[in-house]
Design a binder for this molecule. Structure first.
Ligand SMILES: [Zn+2]
Length: 688
């Protein structure tokens, strides 16, 4: 669903969404429905006690884990998130293995996911078909006779899920959170970010060469002669580079005001007059509308210039590439292998592709997530976990309210507004109240390509059908088994899928201190997103509206500048620094989250005696629980990719960056004022 406009900028995640997964044969935890006896507390075997926590806390909390948990060959990173995601996929695998069996007695939902999974697992059928499933679409592209016909062809490709040229869909109106409007955005490139096309350092240049060779290889697999394929690859790179150049960069896209350009349909058409928009809207089945948000107007100007400048033959090449690229994972083995060699190995350092069952589990989750999710939560999510989590969220809300009231840099009028916003935050825990109904999709048991296209088209039409309708606030942007969480500013809500509400992040039977450190900080992180550099620009109802006094906004920015410079000095790889502005929102959320989770723990502890567990007191277990969330090993290729596109800092800096700012940490581990994990006097950053 690449073409659907996912408001990436708007959803502040806990962890980067792209490019993770894998296989490990670690022991399997008991399902949440029948909890295992409580693990004592933190993971003692992860600790590197040869170093002082005051010297490098990440190393202390995770050093031994990092040393003894090499990245599996079919992963590009490995840590607590990836391990739990892997276990969840194994749970889903069991569900799908049963659902796949062809019996008459199955309910509708089991039938849907079972058939989809069976078709995906039919490797022999997929291999026999080679790239024949693409034939009719390749013929459509080949038979274009004028650029005027591109509008209809792009429409056809986008409905099927192909990332052709630009993005179109629906979104909540930034300034009226009750209504859904049409929205157009930049898109049309296959590499992860515009920087990949424009950066001139040696690594970027070398990677572009590999990318060009990959495009060439795919064109050869489509039957083109090597010389022709080489020319085509140059064409693709030229067109995508022009689209990248016209695109907004990631830091610009953190500012919602730069993403909001309401205009009439006539104004939009005039940005890109050479697209046959009538044919496009008809082809995509877009409901009638009069105004829309054009997220990046300059992109459409640049795209139109490119449309004029490039001959039709080159556009055909570009569309063929985007088509084969989109569906490569659903084609025969040579396509899968070539696609993996570049997008897996070259881009992220992953050495081996995942076994087919894992790819098919992920595909089912991605395309029928709320059907598979129903079966998942029935089996693996308990009401006890939900109730316990709801109570913790309540305690964290109280703590954030007290924190806001105590701030010395914010004046009373803004505090009042902040508290109104906090009170209005909605919580979604576990799974949706209302499940998406996929029954209109005809799913085959033996044609994976067709199933993919149909599920993509279903999602496309589902998104477009929202245009002009009231917003449905019950909707979820993640599936239940996902090991992640998010804050959505336009809903003013925090969302925790069932998938993350398990050890090591959450265990209702574990001592409070570790839970507040491990999941409490994550809850606080999501809440703080409502008040980070992006989130603070939305009000309690989710409207883009400035509720800050000018002086308080200035004070906020002074404080966030401290975070920008602290994290901008961290270096994940030799010669690579973190982008302090790109990572500002996540770093602010990590710092605020840790502080309010710590406050909530202190409140909880007044009701119970302090005790040592495993030799650590409650405050120490809190910080260790937090630190161990982020134990990870990451391949250098992926670390480089993350440094470019990921708004999150690497685990080591998420941990060390936070504890340096917290006097509570220095106190807990008895650190001295000159220790590296203690910011020099007056230099500790604090926003919330
Ligand atoms: Zn986040």
């Amino acid at each position: 669903m690449r073409n659907r406009i996912v408001p990436f900028w708007a959803v502040a995640l806990l962890l980067v969404l792209v490019l993770s997964a894998g296989s490990c044969s670690g022991s399997h935890p008991a399902p949440a429905a029948t909890p295992a006896p409580a693990p004592s507390s933190i993971n003692l075997t992860a600790l590197d006690t040869s170093i002082s926590p005051c010297q490098d806390f990440y190393q202390y909390a995770c050093g031994n884990w990092d040393a003894h948990n090499p990245i599996p060959a079919d992963q590009s990173s490995w840590g607590a998130f990836e391990m739990l995601a892997e276990r969840n996929r194994e749970d889903l695998h069991k569900i799908l293995d049963q659902a796949e069996v062809d019996t008459a007695k199955k309910d509708k939902v089991t039938q849907e996911v079972g058939d989809y999974y069976a078709a995906c697992m039919n490797q022999a059928g997929v291999d026999t078909a080679s790239f024949h499933p693409l034939h009719s679409e390749l013929n459509n592209i080949n038979s274009l006779t004028s650029k005027a016909e591109l509008g209809a062809e792009i429409a056809r490709l986008q409905v099927d899920g192909v990332n052709a040229l630009f993005g179109f869909g629906s979104d909540q109106d930034f300034k009226d959170a009750t209504r859904e409007i049409a929205e157009a955005d930049q898109a049309g490139i296959a590499l992860p970010d515009r920087d990949y096309y424009l950066k001139t350092d040696a690594k970027s240049v070398a990677l572009r060469k590999q990318y060009q060779a990959h495009v060439e290889k795919m064109m050869e697999l489509l039957g083109d002669k090597p010389a022709q394929a080489a020319t085509e690859a140059r064409t693709v790179l030229r067109i995508e580079t022009a689209l990248a150049r016209a695109s907004q960069d990631k830091v610009t896209r953190r500012d919602p005001s730069k993403l909001y350009h309401m205009m009439s349909l006539a104004q939009f058409r005039s940005l890109a007059p050479d697209v046959d928009w009538s044919a496009y809207f008809q082809g995509t089945g877009t409901p009638a509308f009069q105004t829309l948000n054009v997220v990046a107007p300059n992109f459409f100007r640049g795209m139109n210039a490119e449309l004029n400048a490039v001959p039709l033959a080159d556009w055909k090449t570009y569309l063929r590439w985007e088509l084969v690229h989109q569906f490569a994972p659903a084609l025969s083995q040579p396509f899968v292998d070539a696609n993996f060699a570049f997008f897996g190995t070259a881009l992220t350092g992953q050495k081996e592709n995942k076994p087919r069952w894992e790819r098919c589990v992920s595909s089912t989750d991605q395309h029928l997530g709320e059907a598979l999710g129903q079966l998942y939560v029935q089996k693996y999510f308990s009401p006890t976990a939900k109730a316990h989590m709801e109570a913790m969220v309540g305690h964290l809300e109280t703590a954030l309210g007290q924190d806001i009231q105590s701030l010395d840099w914010m004046t009373a009028p803004t505090k009042k507004q902040a508290l109104i916003k906090l009170k209005a935050v909605m919580n979604k825990i576990g799974y949706p109240d209302k499940w998406r109904d996929y029954s209109s999709i005809v799913i085959t048991r033996d044609n994976y390509y067709t199933d993919l296209r149909r599920t993509n088209a279903f999602e496309w039409h589902r998104q477009l059908a929202k245009i002009g309708k009231p917003v449905d606030r019950s909707e979820w942007l993640m599936t239940p088994p996902t090991v992640n969480a998010y804050y959505q500013p336009q809903f003013n809500e925090i969302v925790f899928p069932a998938g993350i509400l398990q050890p090591p992040f959450f265990n209702p039977n574990r001592d409070d201190a570790t839970n507040y450190g491990a999941i409490g900080v994550i809850i606080g992180h999501e809440m703080t997103h409502g008040f980070d550099d992006e989130g603070r620009k939305f009000d309690a109802q989710g409207n883009l509206r400035d509720w800050w006094t000018a002086a308080d906004a200035k004070a906020f920015e002074q404080r966030t500048a401290c975070i920008v410079s602290e994290y901008g000095a961290f270096s994940p790889l030799p010669g690579v620094k973190l982008n302090g502005k790109l990572t500002l929102g996540e770093n602010t959320a990590d710092n605020g989250g840790a502080r309010i989770a710590y406050m909530a723990l202190q409140a909880a502890l007044t009701a119970q005696p302090q005790q040592l567990i495993d030799g650590y007191d409650a405050a120490q277990r809190f910080f260790l629980g937090f630190g161990q969330d982020f134990c990870e090993n990451v391949r250098p290729q992926l670390a480089r990719l993350y440094a470019t596109v990921d708004p999150h800092s690497p685990g080591r800096f998420r941990v060390d960056g936070v504890v340096q700012n917290m006097p509570q940490f220095a106190q807990a581990f008895h650190c001295g004022p000159t220790d590296p994990m203690v910011a020099p006097a007056g230099k500790a950053c604090r926003v919330w």
